[in-house]
Write a new protein. Structure first.
Ligand code: ATP
Ligand code: MG
Length: 770
């Protein structure tokens, strides 16, 4: 038990407290996750059967990393733990016991796209206006209800909700919820929220099942407890009712999912539900330098609504937080990539030591481009992941339908893929026939001639025979996931269709499908060793629960810079961290700011961002940014003003590693001119506001034109031939011609220098009329 030496006193106390409820609410980087890891190892060493330990983490990735550490400490026993995200653990339980609710163990998991597509279909079938009954809105309402454990019947009978729906002009909302639930059930499918909702119903209505799991899980632990919602809380509470051995760790200052129904109240509820609960404080941060810890403390102190706690560190003071100012979002990308490159060289670091964190996924583009130009490898976590690509989802839909023929969304995706000449009307008709007769789409399709004569009947019959042949491979011949998948890819015609498409996109789609097949092969090989289930159904379960923070590298080269949203970065740590896009309306996000509580949630998010950094923290903001196709001026984020300025300085003189000469006639600045403003000898400004207000020189950005500092695009409505203009990227030019084509207006412009003639779409062009 040597590893207990790697813990401080309160951490050790937490690890050794094994009987009775325990709560640790402590600041970032204080070793909460480490305590859970060590505590699990400790329990196993004390003789607790790993099958009786349930460890709930925030991402599958976190679970994987913890499992690895536990295995290092206790050996193979660590493999038998129950650990993973709420969704993955309870999906597994529903595979075993969902039958009590009428689901088979092969139920499909609908992702958000499937759910919204089903909602759109129902809205259409009921003849409702899809501009009022937007799939997004309906989906969020249903999700909100489920997370508060309000089922469709209760929803329909609830007068408060009814009044709210009327106010929102959605009187049919309750009926849609009910129909949606019914259709999912008929499709033997659960959406993400159902995985928690149905677990609650299972435990509520089937006491014997609950009893089984209460006896099974003698020790339950939850990481990131502050981000559980009520539905998750109730599951944990019920499961631990018998043993009372519940240990939760979290940090109210890092609660960032209130918008999805997570509630800090769960911390208070827990104290009420377990009056004799022990609490342990952890106050020492082991992750970050003093400057970072203290800057983070200075921010979070602005939140009124928080539990009091101290965070200190004995780590070195470290360098000041660096502020990087860019004139535009593209320049922000270039400056950060350059800064990163220089730091990497100067400190002999690896790419994995760096993370670029942003508020929204869309911000990644500028950084991707600049990193690529400097040949720095990166990985994007979140965003459009591999499994969300169209061709990958298409093939997965085939697999889903072969495993579960009731899966209506999978059916709709593949019935006309590759093209069989079956249109939307026919597809909708099949769905309606199934729903009206209370049977599955498969029962309609496999007996199509009973329901429809028409000219499509033969084609559909052919499709049904194809699916039947795949089913035989799975059910009768018991082929493994790879054999079935490779056969389906070929026999369905999907692979051929992609292979025949010789465009660049077509080629990359073909490669993605091959990559999917490779990953299935890998899955089968891994599971062969572990003697686990290698069926197609088991593969599907694994992929449908990958969270956005779990994407892996396509080519196994792991030395990459991480690009991700701050939400996705929770719990992680990096040597150098860039928090980018520090602008009003972006961070804090305009979309989220309705009230003081929202601002506090954004501030907690900022606290999460800052506390990811170990050694160095950089923050950047741009003075203008493209939004919805327009260049908009931006203001620095109020959060920058909130950091105690003694911890901040402007980044100095970021040079480009290799600079190409600018084309003739273009503005070019010398290295001396691009120096950041001089703040005197101390280099410590007295207030952040004054620091930001100082005009920083605009750095050279390769061969791209640098617009004048007051560049504000003009309204191009009045642009006429002969006008002289300035373009944000292309510099000065003269309008040669205006083309009007429907609502599109285009201008042919002769730019100076090497740029030459360009045709620009005026609704997007950033032009200043001179
Ligand atoms: P977060 O709130 O961000 O999730 P956390 O409280 O879970 O943070 P950990 O990730 O467990 O913190 O720990 C932060 C870092 O400090 C990790 O690198 C961990 O290994 C290290 N650490 C924690 N406790 C100790 C200790 N007693 N001695 C040395 N290092 C420690
Ligand atoms: Mg943690």
């Amino acid at each position: 038990m040597d590893y207990l030496k790697g813990l401080n006193e309160p951490q050790r106390e937490a690890v050794q407290h094994i009987d009775g409820p325990l709560m640790i609410i402590a600041g970032a980087g204080s070793g909460k996750t480490r305590v859970l890891t060590y505590r699990t190892a400790y329990l196993i060493e004390k003789g607790v059967d790993p099958f009786q330990i349930l460890l709930l983490t925030f991402t599958n990735k976190a679970a994987g990393e913890m499992r690895q550490r536990i295995e290092n400490a206790v050996g193979n026993d660590g493999k038998n733990l129950w650990m993973g995200t709420f969704h993955s653990v309870f999906a597994k339980i529903l595979r075993f016991d969902g039958k009590h609710l009428g689901y088979t163990s092969d139920f499909s998991i609908y992702d958000t796209d499937d759910s919204k597509s089903l909602i759109r279909a129902i809205v259409k079938e009921r003849g409702l206006d899809d501009k009022v009954y937007k799939a997004n809105v309906i989906y969020n309402r249903i999700s909100g209800a489920k997370n508060r454990l309000i089922g469709p019947d209760e929803y329909l009978n609830n007068s408060v909700i009814a009044a709210d729906d009327t106010a929102a002009k959605l009187p049919e909302m309750g009926k849609l919820y009910k129909l949606y639930t019914l259709r999912c059930f008929q499709a033997n499918a659960m959406d993400f929220d159902d995985l928690l909702y149905n677990t609650n119903i299972l435990f509520r209505d089937h006491p014997a099942v609950l009893d089984k799991y209460q006896r099974k899980f003698k020790y339950i632990m939850v990481d990131e407890f502050q981000d559980t919602n009520i539905s998750q809380y109730l599951i944990v509470k019920k499961l631990s009712e018998l043993s009372k051995n519940l240990c939760v760790v979290g940090d109210d200052a890092q609660s960032i999912y209130a918008f999805r129904g997570a509630s800090i109240d769960n911390i208070l509820n827990l104290e009420k539900d377990y009056p004799n609960m022990a609490t342990i404080k952890l106050e020492q941060n082991y992750r970050s330098t003093k400057n970072i810890v203290e800057a983070a403390n200075s921010i979070i102190a602005k939140n009124k609504n928080q539990l009091k706690k101290k965070v200190f560190t004995e780590n070195e003071v470290g360098s000041l937080i660096e502020l990087i100012k860019a004139s535009s979002d593209n320049e922000e990308g270039r400056l950060i990539a350059t800064h990163l490159f220089e730091s990497k060289m100067a400190h002999g670091l690896r790419n994995t030591d760096f993370a670029i964190l942003y508020r929204t996924n869309a911000q990644s583009r500028a950084f991707e481009e600049s990193l690529r130009k400097l040949n720095i490898k990166y990985r994007i976590i979140g965003g459009l992941s591999f499994y969300q690509r169209r061709e990958v989802k298409d093939l997965l839909a085939y697999f889903r339908f072969v495993v579960n023929q009731k899966d209506e969304e999978a059916f709709k995706r593949i019935i006309n893929l590759p093209k069989r000449g079956i249109g939307d009307t026919t597809i909708a008709k099949i769905a309606v026939t199934a729903s009206e007769n209370q049977i599955s789409v498969w029962e309609v399709v496999s007996n199509i001639k009973q329901f429809q004569a028409g000219r499509f009947a033969d084609t559909i019959e052919g499709f049904a025979d194809l699916i039947k042949s795949f089913k035989i491979m799975v059910e009768v011949n018991k082929k493994d996931a790879y054999e079935v998948a490779a056969h389906i890819a070929k026999a369905s015609g999907l692979l051929r269709e992609l292979h025949e498409d010789k465009t660049v996109e077509g080629l990359s789609r073909y490669e993605n499908v091959q990559e999917l097949l490779n990953s299935i092969k890998q899955f089968v090989d891994d599971n062969e060793v572990e003697e686990e289930d290698k069926s197609l159904s088991s593969f599907l379960q694994t992929v449908s629960l990958l969270t956005t923070a779990d994407s892996d590298d396509p080519d196994g080269d792991n030395d990459r810079v991480t690009l991700m949203t701050i939400h996705g970065a929770k719990g992680l740590e990096f040597n150098h961290v860039y928090v980018v896009g520090m602008e009003e309306d972006l961070f804090p996000s305009q979309m989220m700011l309705q009230s003081r509580a929202d601002l506090e949630e954004e501030r907690r998010l900022f606290y999460v961002a800052i506390t990811r950094a170990e050694k160095k923290l950089m923050m950047s903001y741009a003075e203008s940014r493209y939004q919805y196709g327009r260049l908009k001026p931006c203001e620095p984020s109020r959060f920058l003003d909130e950091i105690d300025p003694q911890y901040l300085q402007f980044a100095k003189n970021i040079r480009r590693p290799e600079e190409k000469p600018a084309p003739q006639g273009f503005v070019r600045m010398t290295n001396r001119e691009q120096k950041a403003p001089d703040f005197g000898t101390s280099n410590k400004p007295t207030s952040t506001a004054s620091l930001i207000a100082k005009p920083a020189a605009r750095p050279v950005v390769g061969n791209t034109y640098i617009p004048s500092q007051d560049f504000v695009p003009s309204d191009t409505k009045n642009l006429v031939e002969g006008d002289r203009v300035e373009h944000l990227k292309f510099g000065f030019g003269k309008v040669k011609k205006i083309d009007i084509n429907g609502t599109d207006r285009k201008a042919v412009i002769q730019f100076e220098g090497t740029i030459g003639e360009k045709t620009l779409l005026l609704s997007f062009a950033k032009l200043r009329i001179l």
